[in-house]
Design a protein around this ligand. Structure first.
Ligand code: ADP
Ligand code: MG
Length: 242
C-alpha cells in the first residue's frame, strides 16, 4: 500500500540511488533519496556544491535516466524508462537554468516560441500570440523583437522564464535561476515565477544558494553528500539553510 501523501504527489521519489561512471570509476552521487512533492507546491532545494541537487533535478526532469529505485513524475515511472518515454515526460516540464540558454540568433519572441514548438498542432499565429502575451506577463512587452545581446541579464532571465512557462507546464524545474542576477532582479524573477506558477497551478522545484529567496518556498529541502538530510516537512531545513 502506498501512503496517502503519494496519491496527490506530482513527483514521488522512493529509495532513489544514482551513479556516475563505470567499473572502478563508478561513483555514487545520490543515496537512497525519498521525497514526495504535491500539486502546486513550491519547493526550494538547497545544500552545498556537489551535494547532488542538479543530479536529482535532471532525473526528475527526464534529462537523464534514473537507474535504481523509483521515480514517478505525473504518475509515470521514469526509473528504467526508455528514451521515448523520457522525451514524452519532458513535454510536461518547463526548465530554467542558471545560464539562460537563449538562442543568440533569435529574438525574444522567437526564443519564447521555442517553448511551444514541443507541443504539436498549435497554429503559428497562435504561437506568436501566446509568446507575446507571456513576454508581456514578464514585463517585456516592449522588447519582443530584441535579440539577447541587447537585453540585460535580468531581462534575458525573464525571457527564459517566459519560454519555460509559455507551454503551461505542470512542473517547472529551475537550477540556480538567480545566480547570475543582482539582488533586485533575482528577487523580481522568482516572484514572477511564483506568481505565474500560482496562476497556472504548476509545481516548482527550484535549486538555489540564494538565502534572499527562501521565503517564496512552501517547503525547503536540504541535500548534503548525495543524501536528503531534510524534506522540509518540519522547520529544521530552514534552520539549516540559514
Ligand atoms: P550540485 O548540483 O549539488 O552542486 P551535482 O548534482 O552537480 O551537485 O553533483 C553531485 C556529484 O556528482 C558531484 O560529486 C559531482 O562531481 C558528480 N557529478 C555530477 N555530474 C556528473 C557527471 N556528468 N559525471 C560524473 N560525475 C558527475
Ligand atoms: Mg548544481
Amino acid at each position: 500500500m502506498q501512503s496517502n501523501s503519494s496519491s496527490s504527489a506530482v513527483i514521488s521519489v522512493v529509495n532513489l540511488n544514482h551513479y556516475f561512471g563505470k567499473g572502478q570509476l563508478r561513483k555514487q552521487a545520490l543515496f537512497n533519496i525519498n521525497l514526495q512533492i504535491n500539486i502546486g507546491e513550491i519547493i526550494i532545494m538547497t545544500g552545498p556544491s556537489g551535494s547532488g541537487k542538479t543530479t536529482l533535478l535532471t532525473l526528475v526532469g527526464g534529462l537523464r535516466s534514473a537507474q535504481e529505485g523509483s521515480l514517478k513524475v505525473l504518475g509515470k515511472e521514469l526509473c528504467g524508462a526508455k528514451e521515448k518515454q523520457l522525451t514524452e515526460a519532458r513535454r510536461h516540464n518547463g526548465y530554467i537554468f542558471q545560464a539562460h540558454n537563449l538562442h543568440g540568433s533569435l529574438t525574444a519572441l522567437q526564443n519564447v516560441r521555442m517553448g511551444l514548438e514541443v507541443h504539436r498542432g498549435i497554429p503559428p499565429a497562435e504561437m506568436n500570440d501566446r509568446a507575446k502575451e507571456m513576454l508581456e506577463a514578464v514585463g517585456l512587452g516592449n522588447r519582443i523583437n530584441y535579440y539577447p545581446d541587447d537585453l540585460s541579464g535580468g531581462q534575458k532571465q525573464r525571457v527564459a522564464i517566459a519560454r519555460a512557462l509559455v507551454g503551461k507546464p505542470k512542473i517547472v524545474l529551475a537550477d540556480e535561476p538567480t545566480a547570475a542576477l543582482d539582488k533586485k532582479s533575482g528577487r523580481d524573477v522568482v516572484e514572477l515565477m511564483q506568481k505565474l506558477a500560482k496562476e497556472q497551478g504548476c509545481t516548482i522545484l527550484l535549486v538555489t544558494h540564494d538565502n534572499r529567496i527562501l521565503d517564496i518556498a512552501d517547503r525547503i529541502v536540504y541535500m548534503e553528500d548525495g543524501r536528503l538530510i531534510s524534506d522540509g516537512s518540519s522547520l529544521d531545513a530552514l534552520a539549516i539553510a540559514r
